[in-house]
Design a protein around this ligand. Structure first.
Ligand SMILES: CN1CCn2c1nc1c(Br)c(Br)c(Br)c(Br)c12
Ligand code: NA
Length: 330
């Protein structure tokens, strides 16, 4: 059971979380023009486009027919989260003339690639963007939704405007206590231990592990902090850092029967001090307050991990919180 927001969906009611029974009014495609392809994946092709009604740039996410069933969930989630801080806005939903291709029209973000961004982030940048990501996630979690695929590729950053948007809600789900969820979600480097050991009754705290991985990347200047070659190797990388003593405590507490033939996964490892990852290049970013926050995010036990709200209250963000609150006063 989630430590916070456990009964949100029960309180908000079926009309909030039921995404099977709702009709979608699809707009005709003529209003939007594709400019260029910016990316894509298993379920969609993503384009930069123009909204001819106002000449604004937009993002056109064309969903592949295979994703048809999941469309309703993504649209329901995006509509529920409309207006939330740092959540990408869904502007329209479009069906092409053939009736085969469903598209989501999203607000445009002048995104800088993570590969280019993470090496140039200053401590003030890291505080700002991490705080903005936590703000988005506390809003999302408090509305009963888990993102389940938090990673740099789903965090759009417009560096010039210091703007951050959480995107790609195709894997998001509504949290209901006691529910077994799929564990083949997320992206390998950012998968929480519960996914890697097959614990299905996870909750919002799944996203907080991923935040921890991104935060570690930023303060240690490493593109991906836990970089496994497959799911077993991913867990091994985590064990070698967090140690096996607390891993065994975690497995016992949740009565998790994790079976493996891999010798490496049955070996004992000591927990490494976070200071082990400090280098000349990142020591200015990896302050003791940053390491304390990191330690409280990268916990095996999902109940122990800080929530997004608790993380925002961490001393590491004192300067940012002050700035945020003074901005409100103006
Ligand atoms: C793969 N790329 C690069 C930029 N970019 C990509 N996918 C995007 C999605 Br989905 C959204 Br929504 C937005 Br907004 C932006 Br920007 C996106
Ligand atoms: Na999206």
């Amino acid at each position: 059971m989630a430590r916070v927001y456990a009964d949100v969906n029960a309180t908000l009611g079926q009309s909030w979380y039921d995404y099977d029974n709702f009709r979608i009014d699809w707009s005709p495609p003529e209003r939007y023009e594709i400019v260029r392809r910016v990316g894509g994946g298993k379920y969609s092709e993503v384009f930069e486009g123009v909204d001819m009604a106002n000449n604004d740039q937009c993002i056109i996410k064309v969903l592949k027919p295979v994703a048809a069933k999941k469309i309703k969930r993504e649209i329901k989630v995006l509509r529920n989260l409309t207006g939330g801080p740092n959540v990408v806005a869904l502007l329209d939903v479009v069906l092409d003339s053939s009736g085969r291709y469903h598209s989501l029209i999203m607000e445009y973000v002048d995104n800088i690639e993570w590969k280019q961004l993470f090496p140039r982030l200053t401590e003030s940048d890291i505080k700002h963007y991490t705080f903005q990501l936590l703000k988005a996630l506390d809003f999302v979690h408090s509305h009963g939704i888990m993102h389940r695929d938090v990673k740099p590729g789903n965090v759009m950053v417009d560096y010039q405007h210091r703007k951050l948007r959480l995107i790609d809600w195709g894997l998001a789900e509504f949290y209901h206590p006691g529910t077994d969820y799929h564990i083949r979600v997320g992206s390998r480097y950012y998968k929480a231990p519960e996914l890697l050991v097959g614990y299905k009754q996870y909750d919002y705290s799944l996203d907080m592990w991923s935040v921890g991985c991104m935060f570690a990347s930023m303060i240690f200047r490493r593109e991906h902090f836990f970089r496994g070659s497959d799911n077993d190797d991913q867990l091994l990388k985590i064990l070698k850092t967090l140690g096996t003593e607390q891993f065994d405590v975690y497995l016992r507490k949740y009565n998790i029967h994790f079976e493996t033939e891999l010798e490496s996964l049955l070996t004992n490892y000591a927990k490494l001090p976070w200071s082990r990852f400090i280098t000349a290049e990142n020591q200015v970013l990896a302050s003791s307050e940053a390491l304390d926050l990191l330690d409280r995010l990268l916990q095996y036990d999902h109940h122990e991990r800080l929530t997004a709200r608790e993380a925002q209250a961490h001393v590491y963000f004192n300067s940012v919180r002050l700035e945020a609150s003074s901005a409100k006063v103006e």
